[in-house]
Ligand binder design. Sequence first.
Ligand code: SF4
Ligand code: SF4
Length: 357
Amino acid sequence: MTHVITGTCCNDSACAFSCPVNCIHPAPGEPGYGSAELLFIDPDACIDCGACVDACPVHAVVPDYDLEERDQPFADLARAWFAVEENSGYPQEQKRLPAFTVAEPSALRVAVIGTGPAACYAIDALTSVRGLQVEVTVVERLLAPGGLVRYGVAPDHPETKAIGDQFLRTLARSSVSLHLGVEVGRDVTFEQLASTHHAVIVGSGAAAGRRLGIPGDDLAGVISAADFVGWYNGHPDYANLAVDLSGERAVVVGNGNVAIDVARVLLSGVDRLRRTDIAQHALEAFAASNVREVVLVGRRGIEHAAFTASELEGLARVPGLRISAVTAELEPTLGELSPERRTIVEHKASRLRKLAG
Ligand code: SF4
Ligand code: SF4
């Protein structure tokens, strides 16, 4: 038996530090962690203790005897990943978190801007060090915390959104003072924060979409995914976005996970979306939508496509959705890729060929 990490994994690596035999990789500091789509459990080293199941905030780890058929590709991918020589040979002893020390442990004051994942992981790291006295001031421009988790994760991904519960617990710690509706530059200056704290962490992320910078990118009907995602997730800044769903075909430029999210939400059908926490105004717009086809356009080949294997499986699970692809473009150029990256790319190309076949 073994355990398997499935598609909701968000790479926070909590499980890697809980494993007594160090069989979850790549972990922080190991080759490939920075570009990993998800972590893998070595099926030959796992002793089935279950510690990683409890450590995972998004319930991504399951014992193989509970693995659903649809999650089998993740078990296959893990086995393929560890079959690569560079991904094996790790010592079988539990990882330890690096020691954290400050010169004046009783006097550390940190301001954090934002309440999304980056900010909350930073706050968690600061406030969970035993013996460290720290006061964290958190300022959030919006009236609700969560940032990307609340307004960026697709509404039909409740497992991923579940990590927001952990963030709320972090923000409720006694050493944290949370100030909602406070905007840096309007209500408080960066200099004020810097002069009253030892450090300021900017965890607010990219607040706006980036235009393509090509002729036509300002035509009616061209909107950034950041705005569109904010619109269907109830972000107050985008509540009045003009979204025209009267055409039968939508084009998404790009092929990262957000592009796949947008395609899936556009084609999910209102009955499926009704079972999510999608914003009411968006649900009404999707109920009247004429969109029946979404074309995803990528600038480069499958070896550079940024969508993850998990996101592809999520797309494949939409009932009634037919996936097609230009098969000639599903032959990856593997030459420049690292061995661990090569395994993932080959897996994605193979799955896509099968799904489109
Ligand atoms: S079940 Fe135990 S041994 Fe297996 S990966 Fe999880 S923590 Fe490690
Ligand atoms: S999301 Fe779960 S499975 Fe993925 S790295 Fe974090 S703890 Fe591990």
